[in-house]
Design a protein around this ligand. Structure first.
Ligand code: DGJ
Length: 377
């Protein structure tokens, strides 16, 4: 979305182009295996028996799917066509699993939309690879009179069972990012039209990028960037329309915050504050959300700048054979936002470590939770 060739919030952007990704492998891949990066960095360090255990626990399989059952490949950095053949518009997004279906919500930055409105799109999928466009669940014109270039970013949807409402949180701001609040919308149907309820500052703190986390016990949390202090994890109130309490303040200046609970540990990730430009995203761990949190470490070689992406969510897929954690990131194109891409890769996670492997085309079996990464060509 841009006006006269300038992104709507130019003060906060950087036009630096994303580093090119090595595209995915072509069709007809017969043998699925780890890529060269893993070979060099992981195989070299662990003995075969340990590797087998690590691979199994990560749900990585080495055998090809039979051609008939082969799921569609997820190819980081490529155009991701929906059921209409249009590139998915779910930037800065999040996923809610409802029943057996995954719903992907995100910023709709399609070309040709009204410049005074902001839009959130919703897609559905049962395999996380094929996405069906459902609805533009939010189409709204500046509810807080924030003026030209107002911002509605990083929408995330929760389902509140007691009220049977779907509750959508987003970052709402003016073009200079001074309003720094969350917007709350509700809907009766997951892919219906959502109504604007209010905006507020969680715990009376500044809030810019937001992230969503639903723990294994169903408790819902909001992660929000609080510029003067770092970022916070807060538990939502019973009806999800407000905050019940703060879980922790992590005094690290990070945005794009995301959390996953895996193997008895919480892993939090986030990016540095570099506008639309990619940077080395980092992670820390804790046994409780209250902390103490470990020191932050890079999720990938720092010079790769998270392979040109920025974190938005970590999605845990617990299958019958393996549990896979998907790193979901955005590859922003600030001057052509509608063409911004997605970097989804299974994270190598466990034992307090989290590593984002080099992007390659991959396949996921959502039933078993197993992942197969295609061989580089
Ligand atoms: C980084 C944030 O993560 C994005 O959501 C967006 O707000 C940009 N900053 C704007 O520069």
């Amino acid at each position: 979305m841009k006006k006269n060739g300038v992104p709507l919030n130019p003060g906060a952007t950087s036009p630096r182009p994303s580093p090119p990704l090595r595209g995915g492998a072509g069709e007809g891949v017969a043998c699925l295996q780890f890529g060269r990066f893993i070979m060099k960095n992981l195989f070299a360090r662990i003995r075969p028996v340990k590797l087998t255990v690590a691979a199994l626990s990560l749900g990585w399989v080495f055998l090809p799917y039979p051609a008939s059952a082969r799921p569609q490949t997820i190819t980081p950095g490529e155009i991701w066509p929906d059921n209409r053949g249009q590139h998915v518009q779910a930037h800065g997004g999040g996923i809610l699993k409802h029943g057996k279906t995954y719903y992907w919500f995100g910023e709709d930055r399609s070309q040709g939309l009204s410049r005074s409105n902001r839009y959130v799109a919703c897609y559905s999928s049962t395999d996380l690879a094929h996405w069906t466009f459902r609805n533009q669940v939010v189409k709204i014109s500046d509810p807080e009179n924030l003026g030209r270039g107002w911002v509605l970013e990083r929408p995330k949807v929760y389902y509140n069972a007691p009220t049977k409402k779907f509750v959508l949180y987003a970052h709402i701001d003016d073009r200079r990012y001074k309003f720094a609040s969350v917007a709350v919308f509700t809907g009766d149907k997951i892919d219906g039209d959502y109504q604007y309820i209010k905006s507020f500052r969680p715990l009376n703190h500044e809030s810019r990028d937001i992230g969503q986390f639903i723990d294994d016990d169903g408790t819902a949390y909001l992660i929000f960037e609080d510029r003067p202090f770092g970022f916070r994890i807060a538990k939502l109130s019973k009806d999800y329309l407000g905050i019940e309490k703060e879980m922790c303040l992590i005094p690290q200046h990070m945005e794009g915050g995301a959390l996953v609970h895996y193997g008895g540990l919480y892993y939090v990730i986030g990016s540095a504050l570099t506008g639309w430009s990619p940077n080395p995203n980092k992670y820390a761990t804790a046994t409780k959300l209250e902390g103490p949190w470990s020191e932050f470490k890079d999720i990938a070689p720092p010079e790769a700048h998270t392979y040109g992406s920025q974190s938005t969510m970590m999605l845990k897929v617990a299958g019958t054979k393996a549990t896979t954690v998907i790193f979901m990131g955005d590859i922003w194109k600030p001057w052509t936002q509608w063409d911004s891409r997605y970097l989804w890769m299974p994270a190598e996670i466990g034992g307090g470590k989290l590593h984002l492997p080099e992007p390659k085309a991959w396949e996921l079996d959502v039933k078993t939770g197993e992942v197969a990464i295609k061989k580089s060509e």
